[in-house]
Ligand binder design. Structure first.
Ligand code: C2E
Ligand code: MG
Ligand code: MG
Length: 757
């Protein structure tokens, strides 16, 4: 009934009503006319007809409207329930009027949802079911506040079960609102995954150690740079982003960079730019390579240009440093032998092209070893640095190199020779005439110079160096501090020397050397042992003195093999003697520099069976010059084996007392030069006295070498010398000559020393 009244209230179909009334009147008029009713009845009948017509029309309208509403409802429900989102609609009194299945299911509302329930009830029901993770009252208050102002109220809610629901509450004109609820869990997750992936990629780009730059392909502005780019440019990214290359880098390089950028964008291909320098705003000049990668949009148009920079500055610097080290001497920073060889080759090429001449100077410092010795190595090093700097000052334009301990070489600029080389050599000599002050030590070191000229003294580097060296050797042998130019005769000597060196090599390899033995005796004439002396009988030159071939062996490195042969032969020989006399073997300083000498001696003693107490090793001061610590350590090892060590040729060289103190020698041998001069030099007698006194003070026995006369023996005996060696006792000869002394043949009655002389 109420529904009918409601329809009545809303009824607006006047046309249909009119048609019903007119049709009712027409029908009843026709019936009344046919029935010939009275006027009164006729009027009543017409009225009833009109009312009946209106009723029929109204009923039809109601029925029609109901059917239409029903159809609409079906369609609406169909539409609502086919939505992806949950939907609910509230009227102006906050009552639920419409909702769909999705909404119901989304919050598992089932039996709790009903039409006309208030929003408060609905929210409370959801909250109770764990489907609203907010305070329902607060939620409603916030929502109402927004909706009342005509605003859309949206929320994105993380549900306890892990879903994410997006809610949009849209106010309606009628005063209510429509709410859509969408499950965006999947979308959210993929958004999050995308974000994570992006963040991960950002992190990689940010932390890649190479500078990465992204520019806009159109205007080439910087869009993105990573941390390495900030370091590379030496400025913060806020000073880079949005700017153009010209705003950041100097003009000179910008043109090249932009042209490379454009090339990569225009061709659409990866571009590689080789080593080039970039003056950065805050990180100096960097040496880099760059790889450009254009990125296109989906329509194929260029969008970005990615540039990856490879900063190779540090690598280049260390390469340069290594190259510098490879070509320079660490102590003086002068070019080294390698650099010298390269320079001389280049100078030869140049001089040959220009038909020019130049000179090669070999320099040797005089008295350097004495300085090293007296003042120690740090002062020696400082002296070498000072020498290097003086040489550079004097040379001005000439190429100076340090090629060995105290050896320097100079290549003069091309010019008139020999005048230019001679003038330079004289200036160099003059530069060392004054004292050098190092650490408040005054010292003077002269230089000796040998010169060879291109092209007359040699057309290749090897010959020129060898000839300058030959001139230096000649200068040193003549007078320290002198200057000598190469002469052809020197070349001949040099060649002869090389030939002799080759011959010596063969002699060592083929066991062609021999040992002679020279006896040593007490002052009363009793033979105590022999010194083994190497002999080389050259097939053409006859006997070559050891003073000649030992230095040759030292120079060519053959001394190792030669020295071992001498040691082994002498030890084997001595081990075979019935008399337990000692044998003395000379050692070269070079044998201490290479290899493990104490181990060799140990092995030889084991191999030959000679008692260590019978072996005496003779060394000169040369052993202790150079690597003093290593030499002393080796001597100690030898001494610990029970082998004796003698200081040979004492009185020549530096005769440094510190050497005698640094090691407990078993014997000091006075050089024969002093004994030889005894007759006509008071000085020699004084020196011999001093050495004997010194040795006595140190408790070390003294042997005088080169004793040829009884007078000499007499003098030495009176001065308290302990032993003698010389022609007076016996000459060096093959051991067969001393067969009797070593007990190989029965001894004859003793011969007096005087008679022998
Ligand atoms: P050195 O070790 O001082 O040997 C002594 C040298 O003085 C020997 O000369 C010897 O013959 C000579 N001599 C000794 N007494 C007299 C004398 O009364 N009158 C004269 N006129 N000469 C005398 P040699 O054999 O020519 O040796 C010279 C140097 O060669 C040796 O001096 C030694 O330094 C070196 N040498 C010889 N053999 C070897 C060796 O096997 N190895 C090494 N490293 N050096 C050796
Ligand atoms: Mg000797
Ligand atoms: Mg000697």
């Amino acid at each position: 009934m109420l529904k009918t009244l409601g329809y009545l209230a809303k009824f607006r179909d006047w046309r249909r009503l009119g048609l019903g009334v007119v049709s009712g009147i027409a029908l009843t008029s026709a019936i009344a006319a046919w029935a010939s009713l009275s006027v009164l009845l006729f009027i009543l009948a017409i009225g009833a007809g009109a009312a009946f017509g209106a009723l029929i029309a109204f009923s039809y309208s109601v029925l029609h409207a109901a059917r239409k509403g029903h159809e609409q409802n079906i369609r609406r429900d169909l539409a609502l329930n086919n939505m992806i989102q949950g939907l609910c609609m509230f009227d102006g009194r906050n009552r639920l009027v419409v909702w769909n299945k999705q909404y119901e299911d989304m919050y598992a509302l089932g039996p709790h949802i009903r039409r006309n329930m208030s929003i408060a009830e609905l929210l409370a029901a959801r909250h109770a079911a764990g489907m609203l993770p907010y305070d329902p009252v607060q939620y409603e208050t916030n929502m109402n506040a927004a909706l009342r102002r005509g605003h859309v109220f949206t929320t994105e809610t993380e549900m306890a079960d892990g879903r994410t629901i997006s809610v949009v509450n849209q106010p309606t004109k009628e005063g209510g609102w429509v709410a859509t609820h969408e499950d965006i869990t999947v979308r959210k997750r993929s958004d999050r995954e995308l974000d994570n992936t992006r963040a991960f990629l950002d992190m990689i780009v940010e932390n890649v150690p190479s500078p990465i730059i992204v520019k806009d392909a159109e205007d080439l502005r910087y869009l993105l740079v990573n941390r390495a780019t900030e370091t590379y440019f030496g400025v913060d990214r806020t000073n880079i982003i949005g700017k153009k290359t010209i705003d950041i880098l100097p003009k000179g390089i910008v043109t090249t960079i932009l042209s490379e950028d454009r090339k990569a964008i225009d061709t659409g291909e990866v571009g590689y730019q080789g080593e080039h320098g970039v003056v950065t705003p805050g990180n100096g000049t960097r040496i880099v390579t760059a790889t450009r990668l254009p990125v296109k949009q989906s329509d194929g148009k260029p969008q970005y240009l990615i540039t990856v920079i490879h900063d190779i500055t540090e690598r280049k610097r260390s390469e340069q440093k290594i190259a510098h080290l490879a070509h320079h001497d660490a102590l003086t920073d002068l070019p080294n032998r390698t650099a010298f060889n390269e320079c001389i080759d280049a100078t030869i090429v140049l001089a040959a092209q220009e038909n020019e001449s130049f000179g090669v100077l070999c320099l040797d410092l005089d008295r350097f070893k004495a300085v090293n010795d007296v003042f120690g190595h740090p002062i020696g090093d400082a002296l070498l640095r000072e020498v290097a700097s003086r040489l550079e000052q004097v040379c001005q334009g000439a190429f100076v190199a340090r090629v060995g301990g105290d050896e320097f070489t100079i290549i003069t600029p091309t010019g008139q020779q020999p005048e230019a080389a001679e003038a330079l050599a004289r200036r160099l000599s003059a530069a060392f005439e004054s004292d050098i002050n190092i650490d408040s030590h005054q010292m003077r070191v002269g230089i000796t110079v040998g010169v060879a000229l291109y092209p007359q003294d040699g057309a290749d580097a090897e010959t020129l160096i060898a000839n300058a060296d030959a001139a230096l050797s000649r200068a040193k042998s003549e007078a320290r501090g002198s200057i000598r130019f190469f002469e052809v005769a020197m070349d001949k000597q040099l060649r002869e020397k090389h030939v002799l060196q080759q011959d010596l090599r063969k002699a060592v390899e083929q066991n062609e050397l021999a040992l002679h033995y020279m006896p040593q005796a007490n002052m009363d004439g009793k033979i105590t042992g022999f010194e083994a002396l190497a002999r080389w009988h050259h097939p053409r030159h006859g006997l070559v003195p050891p003073d000649v071939f030992i230095p040759l062996a030292e120079e060519s490195g053959m001394i190792g093999a030669l020295g071992e042969w001498v040691l082994r032969t002498a030890c084997r020989e001595a081990a075979s003697w019935p008399e337990k006399l000692h044998v003395a073997v000379n050692l070269s300083p070079v044998q201490f520099q290479h290899g493990d000498l104490p181990s060799l001696v140990h092995q030889v003693l084991l191999d030959t069976g000679l008692s260590p107490a019978r072996l005496e090793l003779e060394i000169t001061e040369g052993v202790l010059i150079g690597d003093f610590t290593r030499a002393v350590a080796m001597l100690r090892r030898l001494k610990n084996m029970g082998v004796r060590v003698a200081m040979d040729d004492f009185g020549t060289g530096y005769s440094s007392l510190s050497y005698l103190q640094s090691f407990p020698f078993d014997k000091i041998k006075i050089d024969r030069a002093f004994v030889c001069n005894l007759a006509h030099s008071q000085q020699s007698a004084t020196i011999i006295r001093a050495v004997i006194a010194l040795s006595r003070g140190l408790g070390v026995p003294v042997v005088a070498e080169g004793v040829e006369t009884e007078a000499q023996r007499q003098f030495l005996a009176e001065e308290g010398c302990d032993a003698i060696q010389g022609y007076l006792v016996g000459r060096p000869m093959p051991i067969e000559g001393y067969a009797e002394l070593v007990g190989r043949v029965p001894s004859r009655p003793a011969i007096s020393l005087t008679a022998r002389a």
